[in-house]
Design a protein around this ligand. Structure first.
Ligand code: DC
Length: 224
């Protein structure tokens, strides 16, 4: 059966990665979390005290971002080190939002992401997947949920990790990040014209996946 590329874009904390992972499992496809790649670069800049854009660009040849499978789960690596547990903090997320505004950083990662899609059979999530990385993806989803719902989800995630977040700060962070992601000069987050919008503010995870599996099956049936 022929394979397709699924591009999933949307705001932070709207469940992109959960959906993308579930769909990849359903389809037997590879899942790629591109946010983790920006987070790995952000971690590198934090560890090496790189704040100037020119210094970050100059460091790119020394940075290798990859993935390893650990007990069936995908972990992001930075120069061979599994940094999955280190990149999921608010600090790294905020830095990722900043480094992702640098044109050269985007070009560096987009080239790797496009290579990963050579053989198709991939579900990739991010902010620019349907618009820049795979403008010809057969299925494009644009996920959205209200900022309050997303802040609550992120708050719950941080609590589950043992952090002690403040809800108002988390909400402010969600709004700041939305603003930066949608207003940056380079590849701002926007819905591809041919993307299907899924607002999951009031959907259960099961309801949402039923809709998404249906969309995937429909496209695959049209192709075969
Ligand atoms: O999805 P995430 O929260 O892990 O992403 C972290 C940051 O990386 C986010 O602020 C936006 C940026 N990003 C991006 O610019 N392009 C992508 N394809 C993925 C993430």
């Amino acid at each position: 059966m022929s394979k397709i590329i699924v591009a999933i874009d949307g705001y932070s904390s709207c469940g992109k990665s959960t959906i993308a992972k579930a769909l990849a499992k359903y389809a037997g496809y590879t899942y790629v979390d591109t946010g983790a790649m920006y987070r790995a670069i952000a971690l590198y800049t934090l560890r090496n005290n790189l704040t100037e854009t020119a210094d970050i660009i100059a460091a790119l040849p020394q940075i290798e971002v990859g993935f390893v499978l650990v007990n069936g789960a995908q972990h992001v690596t930075l120069n061979g080190e599994d940094v999955e547990g280190l990149v999921r903090t608010l600090e790294v997320g905020n830095r990722a939002s900043q480094v992702s505004q640098i044109k050269e950083v985007r070009a560096f990662l987009v080239a790797q992401q496009q290579k990963m899609g050579d053989a198709k059979g991939i579900v990739m999530d991010g902010r620019d997947i349907g618009t820049v990385v795979f403008p010809k993806a057969e299925l494009k989803l644009f996920l959205t949920a209200s900022p309050e719902v997303r802040a609550q989800r992120r708050y719950d995630e941080l609590v589950a990790k043992g952090e002690k977040p403040n809800y108002d700060e988390v909400l402010a962070d969600v709004n700041d990040r939305d603003y930066r992601d949608t207003h940056r000069a380079e590849s701002p987050l926007r819905q591809a014209e041919d993307a299907i919008v899924v607002d999951n503010s009031h959907m259960t995870p099961d309801e949402q996946m039923e809709v998404i599996y249906g969309l995937f099956d429909k496209i695959l049936n049209q192709k075969s």
